[in-house]
Design a protein around this ligand. Sequence first.
Ligand SMILES: [Zn+2]
Length: 516
Amino acid sequence: GKIQFHPERYTEMYLHWMENIRDWCISRQLWWGHQIPAWYCMDCHPENFDESGKLLRRESPIVQKTAPDKCPRCGSTRLVRDPDVLDTWFSSAIWPHTVLGWPRQTDELRLFYPTDVLITAQEILYLWVARMVMTGLYFRGDIPFREVYIHATVLNKEGKRMSKSLGTGIDPLELIDKYGADALRWSLLQQAGMQQSVRFYEERVVSARNFANKVWNATRFVLMNLEGADLDALRVMGAQPADALDRWILSRLQRTIQTIEDALGRYCFDDGANALYEFIWSEVCDWYIEAVKPRLHDPARRAQTQAMLLYLFDRLLRLLHPYMPHMTQELWQAIGATDAEPSLGRARFPVADPALIDPDAEAEVAQVFEGIRAIRNLRAEVKITPGVAIPAVWVNPTDDASAERLQRHAATIGHLAWCQEVRFGQPTERALMNPADGAEVYLPIAGLVDVARERERLQKELAKLEAEIKQVQARLRNPQFVERAKPEVVQETRAQERDLLDRHARLKARLEQLQE
Ligand SMILES: [Zn+2]
């Protein structure tokens, strides 16, 4: 067909209704609406009226666009207009062309009919959407819109329909006061995909507010570091990647733009939101900003880093704008507004540049981050608070390519894993080891760990684990259990056994690393 439905399954329901169409009584006895343009003559058809002059029957109506002066049959001026009004859905059915000035041939009608998309709810697909199409085809000879997006219905957290009279609803104004309009909007868009009912949890608005705060604080950080800088000059400079980290974030930005472009095109606002959330929170805030902080104090690299951040946040706020219009407008005013583009609402939406997609940089940075995570996990294991500097770690690459890559990023590894020194090779001191991508990382424990106590702790844990393993294995050896229990329960128990044995092996290895 010429009209596309999102989700697509509504096409069939719509067509089914159109093929099994029924008669439609279009008159209603209401006090408000389009009055039916039919008049009745009291002189040549008195049988239509009762003694008080009330219209009882509707024989031989005079149907006209404008009120008749006199009866075309007998010339009488005693005419009574039908008091009935048109069914609301009849009036609504002509909405797409009447709002544009029809029946006058206006510029608006020529320019905007048919429109691009109609956004509506599932329960008025037949009542409204089908009828707009019908009258559009009849009066305009063309469909009124090319696409129909049927959005989800928001239910309360028990899965019940929100209703004022049942008291199952929520007051959006209250939530906006509490968390902000952008947070509420984000929490809903984050669930707005192809599913046709979503449940409302206030917790989602809370986490949306936290996300908004994250974006706000990150942008404030960037602005703080742009203080005194010539923004126009930095804009002219643009994003000039200086290393794999810069190329990585630009590459990730392009992929995020592509994902959003694709998601919005499919009306999957949730997919776009998830991509933005992951990109902004994790990749930009947790990794990129943290990694480039030292560069901002290096006079040789400061301007290039400022230009990268300015570029990145300009694009990021543009992408986020449809989801969080108020906050992004406010922040972008300081970051991106220029004479040519004074307002974010009217600024160009970013377009992905495939030339900036860089799989090599992505692989390189992924390997570096994996190494950093492995060191952080070691630190967490021995309860060293994040951010507290330790003297050294060892990185022992398993191949030449990994060695080259990891050495190139030694400063970043040290900075993000909070280590004063990153040494390469096999450690010459007693250390805990974690495997990473293309390397083993080692945390020397001298002075950081009370070895005797740590061994005691591990031995206790090991004993507990062994008891659990015995229990699970006893169950699995019992033929009654294996034969009688549901297959998925048996499978689950086997998976549990594998998991316990894994943990056991890791603990044993750790214990060996702590031997004298
Ligand atoms: Zn008459």
